[in-house]
Design a protein. Structure first.
Length: 158
């Protein structure tokens, strides 16, 4: 994964309209992003909450909200703070937020496919047949759901 991919999503969120933010972060959720970059996901949680209230999360307002909730505390908090600092130096126009969301979601799909394949292979090698089959079905459903969201974000049929 490109280290600037999730940061670009965060940067674009800082200048996008609240409606665009809600749409994009419903397509690729902060929980999805957490698979790739947990500190950025913390920022996106706050941005999504702000957007749902109708607030546009300009950098200064995001910083104030992060401070209000104590999200800069400890080592993890330092990583979160660094993501906010990094995001203000990245040129990522808010009007392209859904494109960034789709790009991040594509990475999530790939990572989820890799972890699903590993889980399926492990069960197929060592587990009971019913466990292997249930893992195959469960992981397939999860990946299919992500794939369908990605296709929707790209405006193509799944």
């Amino acid at each position: 994964m490109s280290p600037t991919l999730t940061a670009s999503l965060l940067a674009a969120s800082l200048t996008a309209s609240p409606g665009a933010i809600v749409a994009a972060l419903t397509t690729v959720t902060p929980d999805d992003v957490r698979l790739l970059d947990a500190p950025t996901a913390e920022c996106l949680d706050v941005i999504l909450a702000m957007a749902k209230r109708g607030d546009q999360p300009a950098p200064v307002l995001l910083n104030a909200e992060m401070m209000r909730h104590g999200l800069y505390a400890g080592h993890h908090g330092e990583l979160v703070k660094q993501r906010v600092i990094d995001s203000v130096t990245i040129e990522a126009p808010g009007v392209r937020l859904m494109e960034y969301a789709a790009a991040v979601l594509a990475e999530v799909v790939r990572e989820r496919m890799i972890s699903a394949a590993a889980a399926i292979a492990e069960r197929a090698r060592d587990g009971a047949e019913t466990d292997a089959w249930q893992t195959f079905v469960r992981e397939g459903v999860a990946v299919r759901g992500l794939w369908e969201r990605l296709c929707h974000a790209r405006g193509v049929a799944a």
